[in-house]
Design a protein around this ligand. Structure first.
Ligand code: GDP
Ligand code: ZN
Length: 463
């Protein structure tokens, strides 16, 4: 006899005077659901009159507890989805259908990034927002620690982005960090794995299972011919009674409706909103802007503000793509009119001789010393601002910070910097100037060699 309490069901999750059979969904196929219940493991199908009626029950997903009419010699009938403690959802791909849950009733969200090349604090913030919105407790798991000499600097970076959230570095190769995860892997608790493909979700699950999970490529939908239908379960129970959800649905988890989680994740930023002199302040150049004041007096970091803006626009975008684009277009039209009125300079054919203060590091930059007519990045921090579409045209509306991400060598042997816009991702190549910070140039140039994506001793084996 299986006890659903061992699968995490608590009495408060059942409706009052509940009679009948409760079950937990362990895998979802097109029309069939793999279930566990007091009768063991079985399959169920939705009761159409309940689920397909207008305003019907929410379709069950992996981890859901459901009410079933048990059928001993066939598929049982799923008659209700019980209220969820926690869940992730995405927009239903079928138009007009609203949201679709992709995992439910988990206690912890393991937010996974690999230390070698997937590590990205911005994405981490986005995952944290999703996790908080699900109502479960986020735990940050940095994988592939064996490929990293110094995990501590990354853990410190995480500490800044995600204050108060537990973060660990682990390796499925060496077993490092598994003892720390044990705090979460407790009987009756459910963990869901969230992270990009390749970060090591399957490896972690296999390591926790202490055996290879059966990998079956073609999931047979029907066992009508008497053959056994094998499925890869998406909710698995570990030997110690903890459960792990690893579903393909999680991998496509969109950013839909993250806005309501934003205020929790960015309470430190949102406290300044609504305090500007002008109600419609764009926080760019208006006087009396509370955001600018907070950044200037150090109460709010510029980076944090940029993350918030990026995430906010992403949330707006996924909330309502059409409205977002209309709004942006309107804004851009207004801006390009303004630009025409201001007769913006054009440096495509004449050198730029402006003196400016670097927006990133604050260094005053003068035209002298560049060794050429074009000074397009700060000689100290090498950053630039996304003002050009074509070099010198000053036509871009983006104005994001262009980060120096690489160095390449031109045909004539001259070095050029590759800049990438932090706001929109645009790339551009720019000649280095005579007085560019040589130490920083060198460190950018050797970055790929300093952080190879493979163990160095493999070079020996291949030569
Ligand atoms: P998933 O897509 O998130 O499920 O990622 P996988 O578990 O399939 O892992 C992707 C790749 O990373 C595989 O080649 C694994 O062998 C490798 N990998 C996973 N965990 C580790 C680890 O701790 N250390 C190292 N060096 N490689 C790992
Ligand atoms: Zn840009």
């Amino acid at each position: 006899m299986m006890n659903l309490a061992d699968y995490g069901l608590t009495p408060d999750m059942l409706p009052e005077h509940f009679e009948g059979t409760a079950a937990r969904i362990t895998a979802v196929h097109k029309e069939r659901y793999a279930l566990v219940c007091a009768h063991g493991e079985l399959y169920g199908r939705l009761k159409a009159s309940v689920y397909y009626a207008k305003g019907g029950e929410s379709f069950p997903t992996v981890g859901d507890f459901v009410h079933i009419d048990y059928v001993p010699d066939g598929d049982s009938r799923i008659v209700a989805t019980l209220p969820r403690k926690t869940y992730f959802s995405r927009r239903d791909p079928t138009p007009g259908r609203g949201e679709q849950a992709v995992a439910a009733n988990f206690d912890y969200v393991f937010i996974m990034q690999s230390l070698n090349h997937d590590f990205n604090p911005k994405r981490l913030e986005r995952y944290l927002t999703l996790a908080r919105q699900s109502n479960a407790i986020p735990v940050i798991v940095l994988t592939k620690a064996d490929l990293m000499e110094d995990c501590d600097s990354h853990l410190r970076a995480v500490g800044k982005t995600a204050a108060g959230v537990d973060a660990f570095a682990i390796s499925t190769k060496t077993g490092l960090g598994f003892d720390l995860l044990a705090d979460y892997l407790k009987p009756r608790k459910t963990i869901v794995l969230l992270g990009s493909s390749g970060v090591g979700k399957s490896s972690l699950l296999n390591a926790l299972l202490e055996e290879k999970r059966m990998e079956v490529k073609n999931i047979r939908e029907s066992d009508s011919k008497g053959r056994h239908a094998t499925t890869v379960r998406q909710l698995v129970m570990l030997k110690n009674g903890a459960m792990v959800i690893d579903t393909p649905g999680m991998r496509e988890l969109g950013m839909w409706d993250v806005s309501s989680g934003l205020d929790k994740a960015f309470a430190d930023v949102e406290q300044y909103l609504g305090r500007c002199r002008f109600a419609d302040c764009s926080h760019e150049s208006e006087p009396g802007c509370a955001i600018k004041a907070a950044i200037e007096n150090g109460a709010l970091s510029q980076k944090r503000w940029e993350s918030y803006v990026a995430l906010k626009s992403e949330a707006e975008y996924s909330d309502d793509k059409a409205a977002y684009l209309r709004n942006k277009e309107r804004k851009n039209k207004g801006i390009s009119q303004l630009i025409r009125q201001m007769k913006k300079p054009d440096y495509r054919h004449a050198p730029c001789l402006e003196t400016f203060t670097c927006k990133v590091c604050g260094t005053p930059v003068v035209p002298e010393g560049a060794g050429s007519g074009h000074r397009n990045h700060c000689p100290n921090c090498l950053a630039s601002i996304h003002v050009d579409n074509e070099p010198g045209d000053r036509a871009s509306l983006c104005k994001g910070v262009m980060e120096p991400i690489g160095v390449w060598v031109r045909k004539n042997g001259e070095w050029a910097l590759i800049h990438r816009c932090r706001t929109c991702g645009a790339l551009s190549s720019n000649r280095v100037a005579a007085d560019d910070n040589p130490a920083l140039l060198m460190s950018i140039a050797v970055k790929p060699l300093a952080l190879p994506p493979f163990p160095l001793d493999r070079i020996g084996k291949h030569t």
